[in-house]
Design a binder for this molecule. Sequence first.
Ligand SMILES: Cc1cc2nc3c(=O)[nH]c(=O)nc-3n(C[C@H](O)[C@H](O)[C@H](O)COP(=O)(O)O)c2cc1C
Length: 202
Amino acid sequence: MGKIMILNGSPRAPRSNSKLYAEMFSKKCPNMTAYYNITKLNHDELIKQMGEYSDILLVFPLYADAIPVTLLNFLKSYEKSAHKSRPTVSVLINCGFLEYEQNNIAVKMIEVFCKKNDLRFGSVLKIGSGEAILQTPFKIILGRKMRQFAKSIIKGKYTTIGITMPISKSIFIKASTQYWINYGKRNGVSEEEMRTMKIEQI
Ligand SMILES: Cc1cc2nc3c(=O)[nH]c(=O)nc-3n(C[C@H](O)[C@H](O)[C@H](O)COP(=O)(O)O)c2cc1C
């Protein structure tokens, strides 16, 4: 097995958490990796390049309990394309909520895509508390899981792994609420404004 192609499907790929997870994957992976952001304009180019890889890693966040539109549109382009390479597709997904199981439906969506397009489905790393975990000491546990995940892809012994911060839901809710209140303050938005739908109209 040679290089692994990493595709970042976050709508904010250049400054995304997915990018940080992809970087961590590359560091922990003994094999070479090639990293690309999915954009509106590079679908054809990426699909063509996919032909050179036996393994693809899709890195993306959970958006509204599903895959983000950036990735969805790319998968649609793949289905329509004439380039029908057959790489194995692995998934590295992160979500904001504590429970990594929140990612299950989005993972299923990729599994269905693979089935439909005759692609082998590979390994899965599901990350909960994806906005926070990298800024905590639990990053070390994540690093270990990341290495295990990378090895499973390289060895072709595909597996599914889940990881989140080992804290209670109530502590997570308290800490994350405080985090977002402070974040709003720094950006001139009050807690009351954040708790209304008005924020959508700005
Ligand atoms: C529009 C939007 C929808 C989201 N929906 C969910 C969700 O349904 N469940 C969840 O746990 N996190 C949700 N999140 C949180 C993201 O998954 C989380 O912030 C993630 O770290 C973003 O990764 P990225 O920086 O790679 O885009 C959502 C975030 C946004 C901006």
